[in-house]
Write a protein that binds this ligand. Structure first.
Ligand SMILES: [Zn+2]
Length: 237
């Protein structure tokens, strides 16, 4: 069946809108009850903003979810294959309607530059498979982009994955040795890259926090994003 772009757009809009409304219809008393149960467990309940790539539906969904008064707010349905520009716009459409005093969570993101761009757009929290998934593929994150440690260029490289990195992999092992482990299918190689990547992501967030406190985050973001380049096509699948 041929579906015209306009018709497909209408169907998608309706689905997104129904999803938002279903969330919005939940009675506040139920949210209150869940909130109070969770507070005894030291956990927080987040509402999830939907709305796809439609600015008006993002706004509508955000307002409906915020009305239910959650502990924090997540932005869902981003990083699902849409162009980065649309992902940024989806977050920008929701952000002005989120309360300033509650945490904001951008779900399923992202590359190091994307995280900084999201922080610049008012996001506080993230979750992402990239540091561990790419590590299992032999790829390490650095300030200047990714390194594919399976490449022959690293065979005799005595430097750590990243100079001045305090992670267990960089303190003790060279790129050449880690490459040897990966090529020999010794699982320690992938574990070391995983340790480095997790350390790198957590450190990036620590640095972002410190730069925000110093009032220099914007400059930090611009410099980081400009210096970061992906050395190899990122094999996310
Ligand atoms: Zn490291």
């Amino acid at each position: 069946m041929n579906v015209s772009p306009t018709r497909a757009n209408t169907i998608t809009r309706r689905r997104v809108s129904d999803k938002s409304r279903a969330g919005a219809q939940r009675p506040t008393s139920e949210t209150d009850s869940i909130n109070s149960q969770l507070s005894t467990l030291n956990q927080l309940l987040f509402g999830i903003v939907q709305g796809g790539t439609f600015e008006d539906l993002r706004k509508q969904s955000t307002q409906a979810i915020v009305e239910l008064d959650f502990d924090g707010y997540a932005i869902g349905g981003v990083s699902v294959g849409e162009p980065e520009e649309e992902m940024m716009r989806a977050v920008e459409s929701a952000e002005p309607f989120l309360p300033k005093d509650k945490p904001r969570y951008a779900m399923g993101l992202g590359t190091p530059p994307q995280l900084l761009e999201m922080i610049a757009r008012g996001m506080d929290m993230f979750d992402c498979v990239l540091p561990t998934r790419l590590a299992r593929n032999g790829t390490a994150f650095t300030d200047t982009g990714t390194l594919n440690l399976k490449n022959a260029e690293f065979a005799l490289d005595k430097r750590p994955i990243e100079e001045n990195c305090a992670c267990p992999a960089c303190r003790e092992f060279s790129r050449g040795y880690i490459r040897h482990l990966v090529k020999a299918e010794e699982i320690l190689g992938l574990r070391l890259i995983t340790l480095h990547n997790l350390h790198f992501y957590l450190e990036l967030m620590n640095r972002a926090r410190a730069e925000i406190e110093r009032g220099t985050f914007d400059q930090f973001r611009k410099t980081f994003v400009a210096d970061y380049k992906t050395r190899d096509a990122m094999m996310i699948e």
